[in-house]
Ligand binder design. Structure first.
Ligand code: GLA
Length: 382
């Protein structure tokens, strides 16, 4: 949770709407390993972080609702009936999506005033959108006594993303943001939508993120394309999802599919296995085994699943040359955003400076370096 952010929204809400709001904090997430496995009913290993969205919200007697985006200084007023996604609507579509998806499952949402602010860097692959969706679904559930469980709420958030933002995402982001556990990562089974928290202690190493500050315009359609390929291959394999397939199964249909589709499906099958190996290594406190799995994951994402980009490949390649780094890979949907790195604790400052310099020299633009804490999921702030 971020106290400063909460204080900001509380104060600003009072100025704008002259009322006492309900306050919600909803975090972003990282993912240790298990990328593009969630919509394949597979496993992922995400964690909520100490950066997120703070939302202030209260009922309104007017016949419209208001949302104020603090960081952008944009106010949006809308009627809550017959909601449709807006062309180029940006953040508005996440809010509209949540309200519309609540209505679709028969929940009565009244008018409200709201204001949110966030400190998750946009486009970094740290799920600012899931944090925003979750903050609204959680806030509205509380405000209008909708009686939803957290599991039901994340399905509303996910549907908002599918139908109002147009990204056919899996459940990892919304799950991690809603259910995060302090100092822990969640071994998430995306089929049962259940997780096991693992206390994380990387000993001499520390997690850090480097944002390439790249966001490709086509990332949404490329994401949906990847999902389609996975679904097409699992249909040919006659299984519900790639989670149910082995490499041997895939080899049986190798000649019936293109090599690109074969490589993509193979990546998913391998990545699922890596999540299990990674969690086993953590259980056994075998920190040394983690690095290699991270590098393998990146290799698959880059050369087989093809969702990396030159900036992320550069960051991971430079990491490999650095003896103070245990492992690294790109994180999230891809085509930009962050690399996640396990680095020796006392090397943080030097590494930050060196990487920034090298990155700038190579690409003539800046990267950003963050350290994050594994934190609690979406909550009502008392
Ligand atoms: C995005 C999606 C998630 C997941 C990741 C890749 O963050 O929203 O559902 O598929 O990409 O692992």
């Amino acid at each position: 949770m971020n106290k400063k952010l909460i204080k900001t929204v509380k104060k600003s809400f009072k100025t704008h709407f002259k009322a006492k709001p309900l306050l919600v904090f909803s975090p972003g997430r990282i993912n240790l390993i298990g990328e593009h496995t969630d919509y394949n009913d597979g496993f992922a290993f995400p964690a909520a972080i100490n950066k997120g969205i703070a939302l202030a919200i209260s009922k309104s007697n007017s016949n419209t609702s208001n949302v104020y985006a603090f960081n952008k200084e944009e106010l949006y007023e809308f009627k809550i009936e017959n909601l449709k996604p807006l062309e180029g609507g940006g953040w508005r579509n996440y809010v509209l999506g949540v309200v519309a998806e609540l209505q679709k499952i028969g929940k009565q949402v009244g008018n409200f005033n709201s204001l949110f602010a966030g400190n998750i860097p946009g486009g970094a692959g740290m799920s600012s959108s899931a944090a925003l969706e979750n903050s609204f679904v959680f806030g509205l559930n509380e405000l209008f006594d909708l009686g939803l469980t957290k599991n039901e709420m994340i399905l509303v958030s996910q549907k908002a993303e599918h139908n109002f933002a147009g990204v056919k995402c899996g459940i990892m982001d919304q799950y991690a943001s809603m259910f995060g556990v302090k100092k822990s990562a969640l071994l998430l089974d995306c089929r049962t939508v259940e997780s096991q928290p693992y206390k994380i202690n990387f000993k001499d190493y520390k997690l850090m993120l480097i944002n390439s500050n790249v966001k490709h315009d086509l990332s949404e359609s490329a994401y949906n394309d990847r999902r389609e390929v996975c679904e097409k291959v699992s249909k040919l394999l006659n299984v519900a999802a790639l989670r149910d397939a082995s490499k041997e199964d895939l080899n049986r249909i190798k000649t019936d599919i293109t090599d690109e589709d074969y490589q993509k499906a193979l990546y998913v099958i391998n990545e699922n296995n890596r999540v299990k190996q990674f969690s086993e290594a953590i259980k056994k406190d075998n920190i040394d085994a983690l690095g290699n799995l991270l590098y393998q994951s990146h290799e698959g994402l880059s050369t087989k699943f093809k969702v990396s980009c030159k900036e992320l490949d550069f960051l991971v390649d430079s990491a490999k040359k650095n003896p103070n780094i245990l492992g690294a890979r790109m994180m999230g949907g891809g085509f930009g955003g962050c690399a996640i790195i396990l680095l020796k604790k006392d090397e943080f400052k030097t590494f930050k400076k060196d990487t920034a310099k090298k990155f700038k020299k190579r690409f003539e633009k800046d990267c950003s370096v963050y350290s994050v804490k594994l934190s609690q999921g979406t909550l009502l702030v008392k």
